[in-house]
Write a protein of this length. Sequence first.
Length: 173
Amino acid sequence: MKSFPRLLQTVLFSSRWLLAPFYFCLSIALLAVLVKLVQHASHMALHFMDASESQVILDVLSLIDMTLVGSLIVIVIFSGYENFVSPVDHSIGYSWPTWMGDIDFTNLKLKLMSSIVAISAIQLLRAFMDLRNNSDRDLWWSAGIHMVFVISGLLLAVSDRFSNHHPTEKNDH
């Protein structure tokens, strides 16, 4: 009967590799965001002389938004893979980002929430910059949703601050 728990443990531990295709698909999603970024930048380059100042600002905010989404995808790919699938071999010699390998699950949650708040803030700013095409109801909903993200991020940060997590230790929960 000892072999069944050991087999179950091996199967459960090995199942973490089922996450690898998710991270691969996220890299394809990053490519899709890049294509949209290039399309948008090309459109901007062709039409910026005819665009109003507010349209140029909206276009730039769209580029910033896509850049933040791309950065969020990279954070999820690298830190998620390393935290949940397999450690990344840093001895290969690639120029790894300095944060890679140092983000535990708690830091990952905070970075994700910070990115979501930043993306939401840009969306809210875009809505306010384009008042003609947004109703008061839409603006209130956008502001309310943004505040939910901000409050959620603050509550997450406060709860992590008061938990047993110590920033100098690597926490694996």
